[in-house]
Design a binder for this molecule. Sequence first.
Ligand code: SME
Length: 155
Amino acid sequence: MTDYKILAEQIMELAKEDPYYLPLLSNTSALIMETLPDLNWSGFYLVKDGRLVLGPFQGKVACIHIGIGDGVCGTAVKTDKVLRVEDVHKFPGHIACDSASSSEIVLPIHRTDASGNRGTAAVLDIDSPLTGRFSEDDEAGLAKIVKILEETIQW
Ligand code: SME
């Protein structure tokens, strides 16, 4: 089982060293990839100009743009919900960037702007070649990591 407490501490240390989104999200995707077993993709899509654009990631070359409401990532943004998909082949509209992916978890990352408006700035997207790879414990652990990012990141 993944020790999310240690992972969270490592991400807090990275954020302390430099909270700028590029190094922080880059190293977070790398840490997730090397810490969680059975993954084939770990990374971020950023909300930009009314759609999602590919951000820092580890894994195979991925689709660059995703519309809000499209695929698992776009649906997570549209509904503002964490999506834990047991079998991506059964998810209507799933975007298969890597044909090896069988299950996926996507968590929205929020940002509050200078005027106090809260919106979704990005999503954390993690894929696995195993069906049903992500448990409730994974979701809870990853939600803590997202919270750390939301509280520390400098966009
Ligand atoms: N499967 C995602 C697309 C991104 S890749 O997994 C990296 C989706 O359906 O939104």
